[in-house]
Design a protein around this ligand. Structure first.
Ligand SMILES: [Zn+2]
Length: 167
């Protein structure tokens, strides 16, 4: 499997991950520098290249304030893979709209929580008041720090730590 490459902005702010081939083409075209290798080599038809772990863009890229993407994966990660109704740690968690969509509930961070299948079934498209269920904590949008955004890669890429902390 291809390992992700951390992309730093010119000011060293972590901004993205890309695949190794994209990283190498950025380096070869002079758009990025290799910051950290340490992963051996990549073979192409004609030659081999050091496989990057971290690269840094030559030119500063301007971009809006980062936000955590609102996806099922990120909702479960925010909630530590714990059902926000019964507290059970689960592998097959679903995402529940606290205020059901048909009652005008938004598809938004503060209306979405991880829920185990049985709590989701029990709640069944009703409001918390109607079913007398309670949330473990009030859900909010997670902070878009680099540590949070790139956190899911950290287990496999410990060497990124010093480049991610503090952003
Ligand atoms: Zn539950």
């Amino acid at each position: 499997m291809q390992r992700p490459v951390l992309v730093l902005n010119a000011n060293f702010e972590p901004i993205n991950v890309c695949n190794p081939h994209r990283a190498i083409s950025l380096i070869l075209s002079g758009k990025a520098d290799l910051v950290l290798n340490g992963r051996g080599v990549i073979h192409t038809v004609s030659r081999e290249y050091p496989e990057p772990s971290i690269i840094r863009l030559e030119k500063m890229v301007r971009r809006p304030r980062p936000r955590v993407r609102l996806t099922k994966r990120e909702i479960l990660r925010r909630d530590n893979y714990i059902c926000q109704y019964c507290g059970q740690h689960g592998t097959y968690l679903t995402v529940d709209h606290i205020i059901p969509r048909r009652l005008g509930g938004q598809h938004a961070w503060n209306n979405l929580v991880a829920a185990c299948p049985s709590c989701n079934h029990r709640k069944g498209g009703r409001t918390l008041d109607q079913v007398q269920m309670y949330l473990l904590r009030i859900p909010t949008e997670p902070p878009a720090t680099a540590t949070y955004i790139f956190g899911r890669h950290m287990h496999d890429n410990q060497e990124w730590g010093p480049f991610i902390e503090g952003w």
